[in-house]
Design a binder for this molecule. Structure first.
Ligand SMILES: [Zn+2]
Length: 206
């Protein structure tokens, strides 16, 4: 009889972060294409969760919304997932983060998300950063930075503002090249269709 293989323990957030430094590309890309609607992920790595956020961003891309995706994770399980739906809902507040937070609140049955982490492909804007503080998210993980409208250090750090009563931990740069590439590709195509001026005007309104 073959000896039973030792199970890999579920990593803590800190262990996960350490692993990010040494094994950033070690995850199978097939995760990105998985269609299981409510999967529980055994390896709670930042890369794996960001790939799910990227999958949401891809959905936005396919329906001509600015491709930003977000998920909320609690105890290793995804309890909220969304992509930008501003055009679909005709609602400027329908950012991926806001929609994912609303789902997570419904899942938890409370507005407090103190034991939840949010993953988003682009640095949250100031509206979303404010919402993340309001619901007391534990950690915000984002892919690419947004130096024009970011509320996680881009134009200001609302997530850790000293005057506010809650501060979120921040991890940035997770899969940042992929997160930035889908946005760049989207706006490149938009420029091709509508001309530079119109596309540029809407570039960072997601
Ligand atoms: Zn936002």
């Amino acid at each position: 009889m073959r000896p039973m293989r030792k199970l890999r323990p579920v990593a803590t957030v800190n262990e996960s972060l350490k692993r990010y430094n040494v094994a950033a590309d070690s995850f199978c890309n097939s995760f990105y294409h998985c269609n299981v609607p409510e999967m529980i992920i055994d390896l709670p790595s930042d890369e794996a969760f960001m790939r799910e956020a990227l999958r949401q961003a891809q959905k936005a891309y396919e329906v001509d919304e600015v491709p930003v995706g977000a998920i909320v994770v609690r105890a290793g399980k995804i309890i909220g997932r969304a992509y930008n739906q501003i055009e679909l809902l005709k609602d400027a507040t329908a950012h991926a983060e806001m929609l994912a937070l609303t789902q997570a609140e419904a899942s938890v049955g409370d507005w407090r998300l103190t034991d939840c982490d949010l993953y988003v492909t682009k640095e949250p804007c100031v509206m979303c950063a404010g919402a993340l503080v309001h619901v007391r998210v534990r950690r915000v993980v984002f892919g690419c930075a947004d130096l024009q409208s970011g509320g996680g250090g881009g134009i200001m750090n609302l997530l850790q503002h000293p005057a506010l009563n809650h501060h979120c931990d921040i991890s940035s740069g997770v899969l940042q090249n992929e997160c930035a590439a889908i946005l760049q590709d989207f706006f490149r195509k938009k420029r091709g269709r509508t001309g530079d001026t119109a596309a540029s005007a809407g570039e960072d309104r997601h």
